[in-house]
Design a protein around this ligand. Structure first.
Ligand code: DWN
Length: 403
């Protein structure tokens, strides 16, 4: 039995991906011992309408200073943040406003900087800081919590807007986080959150999204419940169907401070959130079916002497490969553009990560597994004439147009 992190209600497990290593804790050698594993079990609270990892690893360990992920590796995400900065600028008239970005990674809302707005980023990962320095983005190399919020409010001032993308769903202690945000936010300020949307993830079978940074699978209803716990309300929602397998952008403000858009209730109805629990009850069978079909296909390719490589050493790939027990015997190498990942090994399965610059040497007849399926368009546009193996919504092949 487990307890809901929010309301304490007794829960049972609904999804299990076994023992998993931390998705972004890459290894320096194939002989290095994976020293941290966690129980990848999720449960569903029907009162809070929230999916949650029952015993998440500490964010201090998950987001340790040598955390390797760099958002800027993706043209799509860079363009997304550019569009987001312009959208928020016009929606909330951010001229001469003060903006805080939590978990800004290597850039985030840097566009607001170009308009000389008062933006301050919080980012603990050391790999990001030299990039933020080079871009001239003011930032504090630390996690965002009650202490850093209080210090910042005193030294830098409060914010008109606080923004965080792919961060809130990684933090078990929502209370501590929201208290810190409220410390930073002017009375009529807006808190904007982007995170994968559990209804899209479940509808698209994307179980590899349930890795060590995925503590909460938010529904709109759960986000409304969470907001109300801290004296806030969801005032608007933007669908982001192409972000990280399907995301939403939730806008929040203190109760009564801002009008509530009709988008909020309309999206809840349009996404049939009421049907989610039934789909989650069938999700484990789907996980096992896809994992089995994926392994069978890789065994068939090996037994028929077809060469297979991977492209994009995603955090998501760690979930799938470790759950399906796919190691370098079936997947000899994964190529990736991220300098902080090249030369390392995926945790658990110890698959080597090689520089994507060498990918052009891979014969065109080779099968390429696409792990960042969320970035397929930009990768297919660049890597033409390839035969790709994908696994969502089911195991299948796709071709990127011949050069
Ligand atoms: O929450 C998080 C979300 C934002 O993304 C992070 N904490 C972890 C991360 O999860 P992910 O690693 O599954 O995300 P991506 O964006 O799907 O990972 C893309 C991977 O593919 C990166 O390692 C970079 C690589 N890549 C590449 O090798 N060539 C990406 C592109 C676009 C390319 O052309």
């Amino acid at each position: 039995m487990y307890q809901c992190h929010l309301c304490g209600k007794k829960l049972v497990s609904i999804i299990s991906l076994g023992q998993q290593p931390l998705a972004n804790r890459l290894l320096n050698s194939p002989d290095q011992i994976d020293d941290i594993w966690y129980d990848a079990t999720w449960s569903w609270c029907d009162d809070c309408k929230l999916l949650m990892l029952v015993d998440p690893p500490s964010p201090d360990i998950v987001f340790e200073s040598n955390y390797p992920y760099l958002t800027g590796q993706s043209k799509f995400m860079n363009e997304h943040f550019e569009k987001t900065a312009h959208t928020l600028y016009h929606q909330y008239n951010l001229d001469s406003a003060k903006v805080i970005e939590i978990g800004c990674n290597d850039g985030g809302l840097e566009t607001l900087i170009k308009d000389h707005h008062d933006v301050l980023g919080f980012e603990p990962a050391s790999a990001c800081c030299p990039i933020l320095e080079a871009k001239g983005i003011p930032h504090r190399r630390m996690k965002f919590d009650a202490r850093s919020a209080r210090e910042t409010a005193e030294a830098w001032g409060k914010a008109n807007l606080v923004y965080c993308a792919n961060t809130l769903r990684s933090l078990k202690d929502l209370r501590g986080f929201f208290m810190a945000v409220l410390e930073m936010l002017y009375d009529d300020g807006v808190f904007v959150i982007e995170d994968p949307y559990i209804v899209d993830i479940v509808n698209r079978n994307e179980f590899d999204q349930f890795y060590s940074e995925y503590v909460y699978g938010f529904t709109i209803t759960s986000m409304q419940n969470i907001a109300r716990m801290f004296g806030m309300e969801v005032i608007d929602i933007d669908p982001l169907p192409d972000n990280h397998g399907g995301s939403l952008r939730w806008h929040m403000a203190r109760v009564g401070k801002r009008p509530i858009s009709t988008n909020v209730e309309a999206l809840k109805v349009a996404n049939s959130e009421f049907a989610l629990k039934d789909k989650l009850n069938r999700f484990q069978q789907m996980i096992d079916d896809i994992s089995t079909m994926f392994v069978d296909e890789l065994v068939h390719l090996r037994d028929t002497d077809k060469k297979v490589v991977g492209y994009g050493a995603t955090a998501k790939s760690v979930t799938l490969l470790n759950y399906a027990n796919i190691d370098s015997e079936l997947l000899p190498v994964i190529y990736d553009t991220t300098p902080t990942k090249v030369g390392k090994y995926l945790p658990g399965v110890h698959v080597p990560i090689r520089d994507a610059k060498e990918f052009s040497d891979v014969p065109k007849g080779c099968i390429v597994i696409l792990f960042p399926y969320n970035l397929k368009r930009e990768i297919f546009d660049r890597e033409k004439g390839r035969r790709w193996l994908l696994y969502f919504p089911s195991v299948h092949y796709e071709e990127s147009d011949a050069a």
